[in-house]
Design a protein around this ligand. Structure first.
Ligand code: HPA
Length: 277
């Protein structure tokens, strides 16, 4: 291992030790709250909030709609850690810092990682304001958190991705959504670096590649989760139509507004899943 990687592992362990000494109970599930998806935090009880800036070695998030704190507490009787604010590649972080929080959660011992995000609907049949359960991804970010010497202690050099979005968790999510009467899609998420929204020609290409939704996050975290064998469930809020022949000008504020609305539905689905795990 080179020095960079050794230092990275030490940083993750330092942050983890700090948290282990602070929190009352080790979480079983980590939920990453995407842009505008903070409402999930409202249903947590007995919460203990720890600001990223107080955790040694933890990066600080700068994206709009992202807070920068870990919330430990109970959700439907289960110990959870909510990551309120994630690290995006477009903010200028190294991929290893984008996935720093995931590495800390794995080191803490979480069994499941749930990820949420806001995404543009490439599939012309998709309606804005609906959740999409991610069944698979395409990494078009042009980078990968596992580049560099492999951390053998965490996982293999060439991780398997055949079930990165755990099939059983997806089935459970679909069943729960149906029971709650919430219409959901199940589709392929394609990740781009951003930060600009896509041109019509780029959207045409992304759709042609086989994706149903496009966004600027989640994929690095899922790769890090798969590396260490952590089970993943990921749900996108479809916040806008990313359909080239029907494209309206789009702002980050509009995305946040729809994400807030869709977040209520995603929050209901995730709380019910947590209960049944
Ligand atoms: N493109 C990329 N990222 C996004 C979009 C989009 O249309 N909507 C929300 N995040």
């Amino acid at each position: 291992m080179n020095d960079d990687i050794k230092k990275y592992v030490e940083r993750v362990k330092r942050a983890t030790e700090y948290l282990k000494n602070k929190i009352k109970e080790i979480p079983e599930i980590c939920i990453v709250l995407g842009s505008g998806l903070q409402v999930i935090a409202d249903s947590a009880e007995n919460v203990q909030k720890i600001s990223y800036k107080d955790i040694p070695e933890f990066p600080i998030s700068t994206a709009p709609g992202h807070k920068g704190e870990l919330i430990f507490g109970k959700l439907n009787g289960k110990n959870v850690a909510l990551m309120n604010g994630r690290f995006h590649y477009y903010e200028g972080y190294h991929m290893r810092d984008v996935t720093f929080g995931i590495r800390v959660m794995q080191e803490l011992g979480v069994k499941y990682i749930f990820l949420t995000n806001a995404a543009g609907g490439l599939n012309p049949d998709y309606e804005v304001g609906r959740p999409m359960i991610i069944k698979d991804h395409i990494n078009m970010m042009g980078d990968n958190p596992l580049i560099g010497p492999n951390i053998d202690e965490w996982g293999p050099r060439f991780p398997d991705m055949s079930n990165a979005y755990d099939k059983d968790l997806r089935e459970l999510a679909k069943n729960v959504a149906a029971e709650l009467g919430i219409p959901v899609y199940e589709g392929v998420y394609i990740a781009v670096a951003g930060p600009n929204f896509e041109t019509p020609s780029e959207l045409r290409m992304l759709r042609w590649m086989g994706a149903d939704a496009v966004g600027m996050s989640t994929v690095p975290e899922v790769i890090a989760a798969a590396h260490r064998g952590t089970k993943v469930l990921a749900i996108s809020a479809i916040t806008d139509r990313a359909v080239p022949d029907d494209l309206q000008p789009l702002t980050g504020e509009e995305v946040l507004e729809v994400a807030n609305r869709t977040g209520q539905l995603i929050s209901k689905i995730l709380s019910e899943i947590v209960k049944r795990l």
